[in-house]
Every structure is written in structure tokens, then in C-alpha cells.
Design a protein around this ligand. Structure first.
Ligand SMILES: [Zn+2]
Length: 357
């Protein structure tokens, strides 16, 4: 294991620590069985300490100063540096800083918004007064043809061992697991995927920022995204829409400003209840976009009604948890910010990322 000696010892230690944590989470039943990380995916390494941000670069042990474009000033103490390589051969460093800032106290008078996530519209929000709809940008759809073409190209390329054309062979004439032109096709495809994922993240960041800036409490449905993805008819659209990532973004942005994310049970009948008189409908097929309540005669837009119900249910749960609520004006007075309804974003969700090189 000569190559292990070339690696900085603390990087190896942090790998084992991460693995230990992953197994502990698995045995504590809070996470899935750890997944194997392929060399061809998104290789990364982590420096737990001894790193430094210097002028125009990041200094890491053994390697020294790596040139980086830094577009933000940091304060606090630099804790860990994670260096990641994307499939398009770009290097990124995630810097984790301890700012020693307490999470701000939950503000006493707050605006509560209910968010109904959908496919036609990405989300519909209702804040007690106003309903807003945000169209689903359908990133995948925009690049569908391009993806299909590059995917087909890649599929036609033979793997290294089978390639016959001299130009396909790596320079030393031996196979190293993939022909050169296959490698090239793989990179072209990876670049499209990267563009889509950047566009998706950009959209989700901007929208979550807007919602968090306008509100202090955000109520969402706890969606079983994994379960829905197993429905093959919808899988692509649901993975593309990025609800899970959106909820993570909302969670950590709210936490930063002392707000709350309330996740209500996914079985809560938000679509099937009249938000005006609480009359329960026995069924509400997906294609019904508008309906009239048989009990009070209110005409509902399906999604607007759902977001109103989600908001009301969130306020009800907060009050059950010891938070006094004046639902009329949408005022919530949380008693010392209940952790049980606070969802913490996983660490991966967004440490400031800076491109290197
Ligand atoms: Zn009604």
C-alpha cells in the first residue's frame, strides 16, 4: 500500500472517521447502509485542520498553496476543507468556518407561509393573504435532446479492452479501462449533466432565498420523494424538480436567520379538505384543478387550497407544541424554538464553495 503513504495522514483519518460515522448512523437506524464511492464519480478528500485561506488561494498540508478564485470574504475559524473533483475535471473546495455565531433567537412576531410542492407549478405559497405560484422550470426537458444524443454517442463507444482502432488506444497501447474517445464522450455527457444541475441549484437557491426573506416560518409537506421516484412514470420529472434539495435549502436558510421549517405529515389531506369550512372530500383526482365545496360553496383552485391547508396545519402543529398562535393575523410566538419541528439541513447542503485553478 505504497500510495497510502503519499497521502496526508489526516486526510486518511477523516475518511475513516466519516466511514465510522456512516456505520454508526446506519446501526442507529437514522441512515441507509453506506454507499460505495466510485472512483469515477465525484472523488473528494477532506482536510480536518491545518488549512489556511491565503491571498488568491487555499493552503493545504503537503500540497501547499492551491490557486483559487475566492468570491466571498470569510470570517471565523477555518475548520475543514473538502476538495472535490467534478466529472468535468473541475476542482472545488468547500470551506467550513466556525463563526461562533449563535443561531439567532426566534423572532416574536412572524409571517407564516404554506408551501405546496407540485410538478406543473414548482410550488404554490400562501402566506395568509397572498397566494403565489412559481412555474416549474423543467431543466431536464430543456436539455433532453442534447442529453439523448450524447448518451447514445457514449453507448456506441467501446470500452477500452474491446477497442480496435489504433486511435482509440491509450498512448501506451494498453487498456486502462476505457478508450480515449469513450472518455471524451463521457466528459461531454458529464458537462451537460453539470449544466442542468447548476441551473437547478441556481433556481432553488433563488426561490428559497426569496421565501425565507419574506417569512419566518415555512410549512411544507414531508414528501416521500424516494417512494415517489419508484413510480416510473413520474420518476424523471420528480428527480428533476428537486423538492428534496429545495426543502434542505429552505431549512438551512431559515435556521441561519432564526426561522422555522415545519414539516407536516405527508398523509395530511391537504388537497381533499376545504380550506374554508374544513369539509373533507372523499376523493380528489389529480386532474381536478378547480372545484367547488359542496358544504360552503367556496370555489377553490386545487393548489391554492392545498397551500392554505398546509399553512393552517403548520400553525396548528406549532400551537400543539407549545407555541401560542394567533392564526388570524398569522402570528406565532414560539417558546424557545422547538427543535422537534426544526429540520436541520445535512452538512452537504451548501458550505460556501469556491472554484480552484
Ligand atoms: Zn367548504
Amino acid at each position: 500500500m505504497q500510495w497510502l503513504k503519499e497521502c496526508y495522514s489526516q486526510v486518511l483519518q477523516s475518511t475513516t472517521l466519516n466511514l465510522t460515522k456512516a456505520f454508526k448512523n446506519f446501526f442507529d437506524k437514522v441512515a441507509q447502509y453506506p454507499r460505495f464511492k466510485s472512483y469515477h464519480g465525484k472523488p473528494s478528500c477532506q482536510y480536518p485542520q491545518n488549512c489556511e485561506v491565503v491571498d488568491k488561494g487555499v493552503k493545504v498540508p503537503q500540497i501547499g498553496v492551491i490557486k483559487a478564485s475566492i468570491h466571498r470574504l470569510f470570517d471565523g475559524q477555518l475548520k475543514t476543507v473538502t476538495i472535490t473533483k467534478t466529472p468535468t475535471q473541475k476542482y472545488y473546495a468547500s470551506l467550513l468556518f466556525d463563526t461562533e455565531q449563535e443561531t439567532p433567537e426566534v423572532v416574536p412576531r412572524v409571517k407564516v407561509t404554506g408551501v405546496d410542492l407540485g410538478l406543473k407549478d414548482f410550488c404554490i405559497t400562501h402566506d395568509g393573504v397572498k397566494t403565489s405560484k412559481y412555474a416549474n422550470p423543467r431543466h431536464l426537458k430543456k436539455h433532453e435532446k442534447n442529453l439523448a444524443r450524447k448518451q447514445a454517442k457514449l453507448a456506441r463507444k467501446k470500452k477500452g479492452a474491446e477497442c480496435t482502432a489504433a486511435s482509440d488506444l491509450p498512448f501506451n497501447g494498453r487498456s486502462v479501462g476505457g478508450s480515449k474517445s469513450r472518455e471524451k464522450a463521457r466528459k461531454l455527457l458529464a458537462r451537460v449533466h453539470e449544466r442542468i444541475s447548476n441551473a437547478r441549484q441556481d433556481f432553488l437557491h433563488k426561490l428559497s432565498r426569496k421565501i425565507v426573506d419574506d417569512n419566518q416560518v415555512v410549512v411544507v409537506e414531508n414528501l416521500n420523494v424516494k417512494g415517489m421516484v419508484r413510480n416510473h412514470n413520474l420518476a424523471k420529472a420528480i428527480s428533476d424538480v428537486g423538492w428534496g434539495m429545495f426543502v434542505n435549502f429552505l431549512a438551512y436558510k431559515l435556521e441561519q436567520k432564526g426561522g422555522l421549517l415545519v414539516e407536516i405529515d405527508r398523509w395530511f389531506p391537504s388537497s381533499k379538505t376545504c380550506s374554508n369550512c374544513l369539509h373533507p372530500m372523499s376523493e380528489m383526482p389529480l386532474d381536478v384543478r378547480e372545484w367547488t365545496c359542496p358544504s360552503c360553496g367556496t370555489h377553490h383552485d386545487r393548489d391554492e387550497n392545498a397551500s392554505k391547508n398546509i399553512r393552517a396545519e403548520g400553525i396548528r402543529q406549532l400551537s400543539v407544541l407549545g407555541t401560542r398562535t394567533a392564526a388570524e393575523g398569522g402570528e406565532v410566538r414560539p417558546k424557545g424554538g422547538r427543535k422537534s419541528v426544526l429540520r436541520h439541513s445535512p452538512v452537504n447542503s451548501e458550505a460556501p464553495t469556491i472554484p480552484i485553478g
